[in-house]
Write a protein that binds this ligand. Structure first.
Ligand SMILES: Cc1ncc(COP(=O)(O)O)c(C=O)c1O
Length: 419
């Protein structure tokens, strides 16, 4: 059976299962707002079928510091097993938080113990933000395109998501200002700006220094919260690190979050959030009923990973590998993609963004691509206004080097047939 048929059959089966059990009235309004994650479904299928997948947001397995983790785990189990295996405080292990306060200072953020807390991945942090701040109809400004997991987390709480276009310097803050003014005039309840400033998921672009400063000015002026989500900032291949928006925040309105998923291992499910003191207290309260506390075991490992300097030795190795893969993808794009296609040239992170000629739908093209054993995520999934049908996100970190090149060659053939 052709691969695309398998994909379509699975969708059909899912629909039949979802609609035939007679339980529709049981589900909450919140659940009904959540879109199924096309990326997860696609990943599942492509893993089974030997497809070269540019679809997921997966780190490369070779980037996991397995030997470091073994060493640290042995140390923990010999020296302080109870701390790692017992329930802990909702905000996180005290020594880990203290260590993180020092660590972020080295990277330009001044914070205090009470402002920083640990979460089960940044995804949980986004859900906590929704639970604490979002009421039905609250406006949240997001980039066009933006991270799908944030779209889902915020929609679940009834947010009204308003898209702001981005370019190679990140979200267009001039257009953000226009939209703020326009919606304010209409009496909408403006609540928040959500941004992934550095090597954005999905577009790979970086918010410029000037725009970071303007964004915080706008937030102060219009009483908005900024959620600054930074999973990729340490995966910088070139250029000077920029200051976090949080570092310009004098009023405690920026909620900064970052994760260990891309610099240690996503299986750890560990991230941390730095809000103002007031916001952090409320968010920790909300977290209590979600999980009591993040896993002590992975917190203890991550604590040693930072404190004993493993992290600073390991990150350059990830960067070297990912930069090489980015370069392979960029040169393959130059070589194989037909005229009329454009793509971003990220200076770090895990993704690049492709724009095809206007008449090509990357949704319709996906079944052709899967038949050719290559997968991507269509760009419409990341657009809250339903646009972006001729765009797609490509992940360059997960496939092996030679597969990156081969995958782009196959994808180019699929596109050429549509042109
Ligand atoms: C922008 C962004 N935010 C949050 C997350 C979720 O990360 P975590 O694994 O920490 O839950 C991701 C994961 O890809 C992401 O790209």
């Amino acid at each position: 059976m052709a691969l695309a048929n398998i994909y379509q059959r699975k969708e059909l089966l899912n629909n039949i299962i979802l609609h035939s059990m007679g339980f529709e009235n049981m589900y909450s309004a919140r659940l009904k707002r959540i879109r199924s994650s096309e990326i997860r479904e696609l990943l599942e299928i492509s893993q089974k079928l030997g497809v070269i997948s540019f679809a997921g947001g997966l780190p490369n397995p070779k980037a996991f510091p397995v030997n470091d983790i073994k060493e640290i785990v042995n140390k923990i189990l010999e020296e302080e097993p109870v701390k790692a295996l017992q329930y802990g405080a909702t905000g996180g292990l005290a020594e880990f938080r203290e260590e993180l306060v020092k660590y972020v200072k080295k990277h330009g953020i001044e914070t205090k113990f009470d402002e920083l807390f640990i979460t089960v991945g940044s995804q949980q942090a986004l859900d906590i933000v929704g639970r604490v701040f979002i009421d039905e109809g609250d406006v949240i400004f997001v980039a066009l395109p933006t991270y799908l997991g944030a779209i889902n987390a915020f929609l679940a709480y009834g947010a009204k998501l308003v898209g702001v276009p981005l370019d190679e310097n990140g979200m267009r803050v001039d257009l953000l200002e226009e939209k703020i003014k326009e919606l304010k005039k209409k009496g909408e309840k403006l609540k928040m700006i959500y941004t992934v400033p550095t090597f954005q998921n999905p577009a790979g672009v970086e918010l410029s220094e000037e725009r970071r400063k303007r964004m915080i000015e706008l937030a102060n002026e219009h009483n908005l919260i900024i959620v600054e989500d930074e999973p990729y900032e340490r995966l910088r291949f070139e250029g000077k690190p920029l200051r976090a928006i949080k570092s310009y925040d004098t009023e405690g309105r920026v909620i900064y979050m970052t994760t260990f998923s891309k610099i240690l291992a996503p299986g750890f499910r560990l991230a941390y959030v730095i809000g103002g003191e007031e916001f952090s207290k409320k968010m920790v309260l909300a977290k209590q009923s979600m999980d009591l506390c993040a896993p002590g075991f992975t917190q203890a490992i991550a604590y040693h990973y930072i404190k004993n300097g493993y992290i600073e030795k390991h990150i350059p190795k990830i960067i070297e590998m990912y930069k090489r893969k980015r370069d392979i993808m960029l040169s393959a794009l130059d070589e194989y993609f037909p005229p009329g296609c454009k793509w971003t040239k990220p200076k770090g992170g895990m993704f690049l963004w492709v724009e095809l000629p206007k008449h090509i739908s990357t949704i319709e093209m996906l079944s052709d691509a899967i038949n050719e054993k290559v997968a991507y995520v269509h760009g419409k999934a990341f657009h809250v206004d339903g646009s972006g049908e001729n765009t797609m996100r490509l992940n360059f970190t997960n496939p092996e080097d030679e597969m990156v090149r081969e995958g782009i060659r196959r994808l180019a053939n699929v596109i050429k047939k549509r042109i």
